[in-house]
Design a protein around this ligand. Sequence first.
Ligand SMILES: Cc1cc2nc3c(=O)[nH]c(=O)nc-3n(C[C@H](O)[C@H](O)[C@H](O)COP(=O)(O)OP(=O)(O)OC[C@H]3O[C@@H](n4cnc5c(N)ncnc54)[C@H](O)[C@@H]3O)c2cc1C
Ligand code: SF4
Length: 563
Amino acid sequence: MSRASNFPPPFSARDYVAEPTDPADERIEVGVLIVGAGPAGLACAIRLGQLLEESPETAEKLGDVPVAVLEKGKQPGSHLLSGAVVNPRALQRLFRNRVRMDELPSYGQVPGESVYVLTRRAALPIPPPPPMQNHGNWIFSLSQLGRFLGEQAEAGGAMILPETSAEQLLVSHGRVLGVRTGDKGRNREGGELGNFEPGSDLVAKVTVLAEGTQGHLTGVALDRFDLRGSDPQVWELAVKEVWKVAKPLDRVIHTMGWPLRTGKKFREFGGSFIYPMGDDMVTIGLVVGLDYRDASLSVHDLLQELKTHPKIKKILAGGERVEWGAKTIPSGGFHALPQRLHAPGLLLCGDGVGMVNVPRLKGIHYAIESGRLAAEAAFRALQRGETPSSALSSYDDAVRDSFIWSDLHEVRNMRQVFGRGFFVGGALASAMTISKGRVELGKMPAEPDADQPLLVTDRDKSYPAPDGKLTFDKLSSVFASGNKTRDDQPNHIRIERRVPLEVAQLWAHMCPAQVYEVGQADDDGTVLVELAPSNCVQCGAITAKGGRLTPPEGGSGPEYSVS
Ligand SMILES: Cc1cc2nc3c(=O)[nH]c(=O)nc-3n(C[C@H](O)[C@H](O)[C@H](O)COP(=O)(O)OP(=O)(O)OC[C@H]3O[C@@H](n4cnc5c(N)ncnc54)[C@H](O)[C@@H]3O)c2cc1C
Ligand code: SF4
């Protein structure tokens, strides 16, 4: 049986670690450099703004640009996609006495909730298990919240640099000095076009990586500084749509079961979420663990199938799809957290290091809290005029003392138990939740997603045909993501191009954006994988399943506005 991990991509983390190359007087110098304008990075920028306002002498020491935030999307929010039902805890701490929850761009508090176990035709309501209880949480669009947080960060003095990918980690004498940004205006072969702009060295006293799921430089830093945790990281792939609907939805809904198969051999772990967004919109998404084994499984098409269920069709009746998107969620949990969250000159936050509570499908408040704690650690070190390695270790201590650590410890084996199948996994997960993590299941083995031996079924034959109203094909979905990536830019996806048929089928079905096609077969039994990289919405699934995503030219990719 083939495994995607037997065909590693032509990628080496070492190629993305470099000394600065721009002459010293041409480097862009900033105080704290934050990579990623997501909840983690923007919370970090906002908290630094608050602290520097109270300490002008520290701000003075940081030069003309005390805080800068790099974002590869067109603007903060362009690449943000989530549920998003948010635990308000971290936002309240971040904005204490400054901004009230009802002043944030939300869709209000969760009005009520239901959980169903689905079969093809029926929906069996069950009492919401503790992880799916959302009383007191607030509903947002993360891309809208990202734009708001971006404005708050700028108002506090941060400089946001959109359309800019951080491509290389600048390291000198074992210390992170900043990042080099990617070139712009190259053609497919790498040649310079008329509008070519070379990347720049951005150097900082402290660099904070808040890149979110499958963070490119975060992965590079974990290898460079030997920080990886005891378990390998694993991921889920989520595909979601936002719909304008005729009738308001009055509660948040989670489903389990169909269209996923419960058999242990398939390893299909996941479920759906359907959240109201005010009176006339809902968001619907399907989340599936990427340790699944069937090469014909497509989360994009399973979501299309889910919408044909009578219960769900009714919610969407008379409505219209307004946006589509896809993204991975790190799900390795507590045991996959890095051994340390800092290295000399460097701090790591949010989804990039896997701060997600999988059974609760929550990561936004951990991202915000970790960004805030990173800001405080960086500020303390800078105020004292020190940035050696030990100065930033107070960030690790602060995270270990925070609710991020205790919450993730409570559900530490949650993802692994589902490897034992839906029913046994469900029973063990309930035991862990009810006991608040005190039931000791021992440390369960975890394997990288790409190590799962593949099987091929005819699952793809039963996906519904796209009708352009309720169900859609992948290319129209890419269009609905707002993706306008330039077709002739260099390929940013690293894969082994010649692989066994089942590996090529795995990638072709898995990719929600139709980037891969199974090409010509060779005499040795392998096939060529054809690529359309400009379709890519940067969900990150390929990195989990045997390839490696690198950041494309800044400003490429989706343009999410209500996701
Ligand atoms: C479908 C789905 C549903 C979810 N539902 C919920 C929910 O209901 N509640 C909840 O709390 N959590 C939910 N989550 C998880 C939550 O969205 C994440 O935990 C959270 O967004 C993590 O924040 P972050 O700032 O770490 O990363 P992100 O939100 O991913 O932000 C990272 C930012 O960094 C930028 N970036 C990355 N690399 C680079 C680079 N090299 N150069 C420049 N810019 C870069 C990205 O473009 C992005 O803007 C969900 C996730 C998904 C995918
Ligand atoms: S090619 Fe892009 S969209 Fe497709 S799976 Fe990989 S990261 Fe996701």
